[in-house]
Design a protein around this ligand. Structure first.
Ligand SMILES: Cc1ncc(COP(=O)(O)O)c(C=O)c1O
Length: 596
């Protein structure tokens, strides 16, 4: 039977050659490879100092010690983390205060963060969960306001970004782990980065017996035996052997992360139609590097689910149950209830993910999950050829919910909502991520969309708004099984561009005839600029022609909202200036440009 472990390091010839090189050199402790890896890390993260250590746990501890925080002062962390984060705080003579997280990302909820700050708080230690950065803009704002230090626990996020800036580079100090399943590995290992020379010097000294010079440096001196401890210290150093592995690994960091993203997107697409599974969400403007593939399961016996996966050779796990504030030692520190943390802790499942997985492994995982959790719906789903190429290129799978809401037609939706009545049974074709649904107060609301990613977002953002969400492509006759249901209102939020295909119009006609409802058609014209730009036929298409066709189907066009004609950067900027909710970055993100 196929066996798929939770994680597996990507070790190639280069790592092996480097280790052999060290073994042959006879210099196994902190040595030349440490210097190379520290330089690689400094260059990559654009920081002034890097100190390699034997683990992230050590990195967190020495960082706290180096900051000289007042004894017994409070350090805020999420409870949804590995115990190492909290251990470091206690071992540094400080008090962990567990703050609440956001359910969608598992990261600190920056909106609730301030409520955990007291006059005794000295530091915030955000943890970037599973490869996705916390909202560092907000966290840093709060830290500055209250004059708090920030140490980023970026053990699970090497190369992840928030607004194009690397996780680990926002706070006073950033800490990474190179444990075996992390984005890159040295077996055991960790690193600290900082721009402060004072902190870097102190961390280096505390981590090396309290002695300010390294063995390597002393070797070059006349009296290498002179070792002068200026403070008590640990031996937390990384060895030359580990660093040798790290040098080869770090060269591949971007490539490995890219592969993680590619595998994730495939798995997310494949899992999207399975009920009660909520796939990971990449929240704009984060660039997620998926150190783990963390899903949530609803209404499913999680233990049984994991046991069943194991029967098929798929080794899933849970991060983190129990959360730290429920663990024996830390119960005493838990002052407030953390319901979101508890919920995520009870529902999270980490599925296997590592760069050397094959696409077949991914497909196998999806197939087995489908088998374990059978879908009650039989809709098959094929993507229109054009959609596939265009949408993948444009990165629509990472659609930004806020951007969507701002971009699409809030006022149109509100207008439609007024036309509906509480007894309506509504079919929302092209429901997308659900921004129309939330305005409707009707008896029954069913959403259909061709995009699994959009439906997945919808499920997460508006879990109780839709009575049913269906994955379907209008061109597939299966969609027409909906005809068996009796709708009193159809709302079609397709973009005009999708309707250049006459089959689609035909399909709409059939749906409309069969269901005999009243119907509203909402659209934007032109749609997203690059989509039109990439498609000559669409670019030449006159909106008036399509409007006619839509009217022939029987729909009422409620509003045509011209958005922006494509879209020079300048025009777009001007447009965005007039819109408060959407930033330039988030809109480009939606357009797929942020990924390039
Ligand atoms: C969030 C977090 N912090 C700290 C650590 C500790 O890292 P290390 O094993 O390198 O000590 C881990 C390890 O898994 C982690 O996930």
């Amino acid at each position: 039977m196929r066996q798929i472990p939770l994680g597996r390091p990507s070790i190639n010839k280069q790592e092996i050659n480097n280790v052999v090189d060290v073994l042959k050199s006879g210099w196994l402790t902190h040595g030349q490879y440490n210097l190379i890896l520290e330089d690689q890390i400094k260059t990559y993260f654009k920081v002034k100092h890097c100190i390699l250590l034997n683990s992230c746990a050590s990195a967190l501890l020495v960082s706290l010690l180096a900051l000289d925080l007042p004894k017994n002062s409070q350090v805020i962390i999420p409870s949804f983390t590995f115990s190492a984060s909290a251990n470091a705080i206690v071992l540094a003579g400080l008090k962990p205060i567990f703050a609440e997280i956001d359910l969608k990302t598992g990261n600190l909820d920056s909106k609730k963060l301030e409520s955990f700050i007291t006059k005794n708080t000295s530091c915030i230690m955000p943890v970037h969960f599973a490869g996705q950065s916390c909202n560092m803009t907000e966290i840093m704002k709060i830290a500055r306001k209250h004059k708090l230090k920030v140490i980023e626990d970026s053990a699970e996020c090497i190369g992840g970004r928030w607004k194009r800036k690397f996780a680990g580079t926002f706070g006073h100090i950033g800490c990474f782990s190179f444990w075996a399943t992390k984005n890159i590995t040295t077996g055991e290992g960790g690193a600290v980065i900082t721009n402060s020379k004072r902190l870097a010097d102190k961390i280096r000294i505390i981590s090396a017996h309290g002695i300010p010079s390294s063995t390597l440096q002393r070797e070059k001196q006349t009296k290498p035996w002179l070792r002068n401890a200026i403070m008590p210290g640990f031996n937390f150093r990384m060895s030359n052997l580990q660093a040798a592995v790290g040098v080869a690994q770090f060269k591949k960091l971007n490539q490995l992360n890219q592969r993680r993203r590619q595998l994730t997107h495939r798995l997310t697409k494949k899992l999207a139609s399975i009920p009660n599974i909520i796939t990971p969400l990449e929240l704009t403007p984060a660039h997620h590097v998926y150190q783990m593939y963390a899903i949530r399961v609803n209404k499913i016996n999680r233990t049984q689910f994991i046991v069943n996966l194991k029967k098929h050779g798929i080794h899933a796990s849970v991060h983190f149950d129990p959360p730290v504030h429920q663990q024996t030692f830390y119960k005493q520190c838990a002052k407030t209830k953390l319901p979101v943390t508890d919920e995520l802790s009870k529902t999270e499942v980490s599925l296997p993910l590592y760069p050397n997985m094959t696409l077949k492994d991914i497909d196998y995982i999806a197939k087995i999950i489908k088998k374990i959790i059978p879908s009650p719906k039989k809709l098959t789903y094929t993507r229109l050829k054009d959609f596939k190429t265009i949408f993948q290129k444009q990165g629509a799978y990472h659609a930004n919910p806020k951007g969507f809401q701002a971009w699409f037609l809030k006022d149109n939706y509100q207008a439609i909502a007024k036309e509906s009545n509480p007894n309506d049974v509504v079919l929302d074709i092209g429901c997308g991520e659900g921004c129309l649904g939330k305005y409707l107060k009707v008896k029954k609301l069913i959403g259909v969309d061709y995009s699994p990613a959009a439906l997945n977002l919808c499920q997460q953002l508006y879990p109780k708004v839709y009575d049913d969400l269906l994955l379907g492509d209008l061109r597939r006759l299966e969609t027409l099984f909906l005809a068996k249901k009796s709708f009193s209102l159809i709302i079609c939020s397709l973009s005009l561009m999708y309707l250049i295909d006459s089959d689609l119009i035909k399909c709409l006609q059939e749906i409309y005839k069969l269901l005999k409802p009243k119907g509203y058609f909402v659209f934007t014209y032109p749609t997203v600029g690059p989509l039109r730009k990439g498609n000559k036929q669409a670019a030449e298409l006159q909106p008036s022609v399509l409007q006619e066709k839509i009217k022939q189907v029987g729909f009422t066009i409620t509003k045509i909202k011209p958005i922006v004609p494509f879209i020079s950067k300048k025009t777009f900027k001007q447009y965005l200036k007039s819109k408060k909710k959407m930033t330039l970055e988030s809109s480009y993100h939606f357009l797929g440009k942020a990924r390039k």
